[in-house]
Design a protein around this ligand. Structure first.
Ligand SMILES: Nc1ncnc2c1ncn2[C@@H]1O[C@H](COP(=O)(O)OP(=O)(O)OP(=O)(O)O)[C@@H](O)[C@H]1O
Ligand SMILES: [Mg+2]
Length: 249
């Protein structure tokens, strides 16, 4: 049985830099995230948001420790971590295979075409796929070259509706989408949190996508400098308010 009180993610005394002499990109970070929370991360460009995600998913090694459901990532390999964390990066990775295979990529069990279609409907990409001559059997070029940035993002998002991971990390995952599509997908993602108790970490430049977060962490130079809900933060002088007002990018 899963211990309810163990945080789904615990970060302890985390320090990270890219080179030996470089400045700290993550500066003595301590943080606990509870299961089922919807956490937002904001902060100026270059403050270390994506680097933190790389450390959490063990793409980079840092000093200190990260625990996923109480287990140190030092004792987990990349495959173990991929089972727990689904990451949707800004430029998703697509394989040179059919759309159907791309959406079900990485699953170790069979899924029906109906389930794939349902996931694509939630990611607002089903109409586009149905308009293609080969529909779900359309082959995507290596790297996704024959799709727009927004179409690639929506295929990557369809994957997560199928997988229902315990932790979902979105690194500006809807940045290439128009406002309306982004809002629809946002709603479907928030349902994943409510109905499946998925823990969500969302990094966003478009701050409005963080409106329903349980807590937003505002980073600057590798440190958390503000914390709170969207409406609290936009009404408090500081980096978040400056970003909201367009003073800071
Ligand atoms: N592979 C790398 N090698 C060396 N330095 C890097 C590397 N990737 C990022 N950096 C540096 O680390 C710092 C943090 O970068 P990071 O990508 O985490 O920022 P970010 O907060 O995600 O920014 P953005 O909002 O622009 O995506 C920056 O100063 C960046 O130049
Ligand atoms: Mg980034």
């Amino acid at each position: 049985m899963k211990e309810k009180n163990i945080p789904i993610i615990a970060i302890k005394n985390l320090n990270f830099r890219y080179g030996e002499k470089d400045q700290l990109v993550i500066d003595d970070l301590n943080l606990e995230i509870k299961r089922g929370q919807f956490i937002g991360i904001a902060g100026p460009s270059g403050c270390g948001k994506s680097s933190l995600i790389k450390v959490l998913t063990k793409l980079e090694k840092a000093e200190g420790d990260v625990y996923l459901e109480g287990v140190s990532i030092q004792s987990l390999n990349r495959a173990d971590i991929a089972k727990k964390i689904a990451l949707v990066p800004q430029t998703p990775f697509l394989i040179s295979a059919s759309i159907r295979e791309n959406v079900s990529y990485g699953l170790d069990y069979e899924v029906s075409l109906d389930e794939i279609k349902e996931a694509c409907r939630k990611a607002f990409i089903d109409d586009f796929i149905e308009s293609l001559p080969d529909k779900y059997e359309t082959v995507i070029a290596e790297g996704g070259g024959n799709l727009s940035g927004g179409q690639r993002q929506r295929i990557a998002i369809a994957r997560i509706f199928l997988r229902k991971p315990s932790i979902l990390i979105l690194d500006e995952a809807t940045s290439a989408l128009d406002n309306t599509t982004e809002k629809h997908i946002q709603k479907a993602i928030e349902l994943l949190q409510k109905e499946n108790s998925v823990t969500i970490i969302s990094i966003a430049h478009r701050l409005s996508t963080l409106e329903n977060c349980d807590n937003i962490l505002v980073f600057d130079k590798g440190k958390i400098i503000q914390m709170g809900k969207y409406h609290e933060l936009i009404n408090t002088p500081g980096i978040f308010q400056d970003m909201y007002n367009g003073i800071l990018k």
